[in-house]
Design a protein around this ligand. Structure first.
Ligand code: SF4
Length: 423
């Protein structure tokens, strides 16, 4: 039986207003976005009625989402263009996440607003729907099944599963990719069709001003003559096909993938249009990395992961390589850091080592994902997440790092890179 929902959690951590007052140098809209990512959202009937499937981008089927839903928006824009991705922050029952209740999206005065306990926090607009969304490829595949569109970029998730989950207990514990895939296997293909993808990207390019970057991200493929060779083959093939759409040799693109060896990295850089490379270390502590990401630890290792990132900087050049962290997962209990102070100090020290080597970090907020092994854990406090964002931002300025492919204009999912807009 679900635990009773109370609001007692509010007395145990600083409120949104207190955190906004504590960090006057951080835009309040970035703090609101972080808190919405941390607590999640629900929608009133009025907010869902305000979704216009002809005008707004609605929920598609992706690697972390179960099915298309024309009543739910895919994301929000705040007044300054700050992005909130709603498909990543829905769904966790509030009896998890430390009992924290989600924000409620409602309609007030004719505007769609985020509310908390009946109080209007901020106005939002739903992401605009891209022109390709209702079209089909020549094979008859709906294009909404082929690409995911943010306001600024398209995402290609070519492999909808992850090989780490094919070995018992080897997947990253916060990740629901395999749970989502298996739950909806009858509706999902394990691999997207290359030609469907390229045809859809060609269609996106017809819409002026829509596309700033193409991003590729999917689960790991461990097979091949050498570990990960099949994964690299897949991306080389796809990027070369995409390259035929452009006259330029290099096009603003980001690959979020496993940490490759030098030969594989040189191949990707030398043979394709790729400009940006990301290999997510997920957690900035070796012991916790081993526990939370056992597959990555077994096949590559924490130090090995970092060394592959450093090699990527040599190959891709400055400001072209970064790593994603799941901010707050380092506080899971009983394995994680006991206090937020200790976690902040130790993780920022690790982030600084990466930054010294030219690797910036992109902070994604940990929030329990239904179906993942960590589903009963809770997100960090808002105070901690903002202190972490500031710490990363300071380091990235100190080491002159600007991963423009992951900034607020291009990705929009990371509170720390949202701060790059501040002069
Ligand atoms: S590498 Fe880890 S986080 Fe990425 S898809 Fe696989 S299990 Fe999930």
């Amino acid at each position: 039986m679900a635990a009773a929902i109370t609001e007692a959690w509010r007395d145990r951590e600083p409120s949104l207003d207190e955190v906004i007052r504590k960090y006057p140098e951080v835009p309040p809209l970035v703090i609101i976005k972080t808190d919405v990512s941390r607590r999640g959202v629900d929608f009133t009937e009025a907010a869902m009625d305000a979704v216009d499937p002809q005008r707004d981008a609605t929920l598609y089927r992706g690697i972390y989402t179960e099915k298309k839903n024309a009543r739910l928006p895919n994301g929000f824009l705040l007044r300054d263009g700050t992005t909130i991705i709603t498909d990543l922050i829905r769904g966790a029952p509030p009896e998890y996440n430390g009992g924290r209740t989600p924000y409620l999206v409602d309609v007030s005065g004719g505007k769609v607003v985020i509310t908390d306990q009946g109080r209007v926090i901020e106005e939002v607009v739903y992401w605009p729907k891209p022109d390709y969304f209702d079209k089909t490829t020549t094979k008859g595949t709906p294009m909404w099944q082929t690409l995911v569109a943010r306001p600024q970029r398209v995402d290609i998730n070519i492999y909808q599963n992850c090989d780490f989950w094919k070995e018992p207990e080897m997947g990253c514990k916060f990740c629901a990719i395999a749970a989502t895939y298996h739950q909806h296997r009858e509706a999902k293909r394990e691999f997207l069709d290359y030609h469907d993808v390229v045809e859809t990207v060609a269609e996106v390019l017809k819409q002026p001003g829509r596309l700033r970057m193409i991003q590729l991200c999917a689960g790991s493929i461990l097979t091949g003559d050498e570990l990960l060779d099949d994964e690299v083959d897949q991306y080389v093939k796809l990027l070369r096909l995409l390259g035929e759409l452009f006259a330029e040799k290099k096009v603003l693109t980001q690959l979020i993938a496993t940490a490759y060896n030098e030969r594989q990295l040189r191949r990707l850089y030398g043979e394709t249009i790729l400009t940006g490379y990301t290999a997510d270390i997920e957690v900035l502590d070796e012991k916790l990395f081993n526990y939370i990401c056992p597959g990555k630890a077994k096949y590559i290792g924490y130090e090995g992961w970092k060394n592959r990132l450093y090699k990527a900087v040599e190959i891709f050049g400055p400001n072209a390589v970064n790593t994603g962290i799941v901010s707050g997962v380092e506080l899971i209990q009983p394995e994680g850091f006991r206090t937020e102070e200790e976690a902040l100090e130790k993780c920022l020290a690790q982030a600084e080592e990466l930054a010294r080597h030219g690797v910036s970090a992109a902070q994604t907020i940990f929030r329990v994902a239904p179906g993942s092994p960590l589903k009963k854990q809770k997100a960090a406090s808002l105070d901690y997440l903002i202190a972490f964002a500031r710490g990363l931002d300071e380091q990235q300025r100190k080491y002159h790092l600007e991963a423009s492919f992951d900034d607020y204009r291009t990705c929009g999912n990371h509170p720390n890179t949202d701060l790059m807009r501040i002069a």
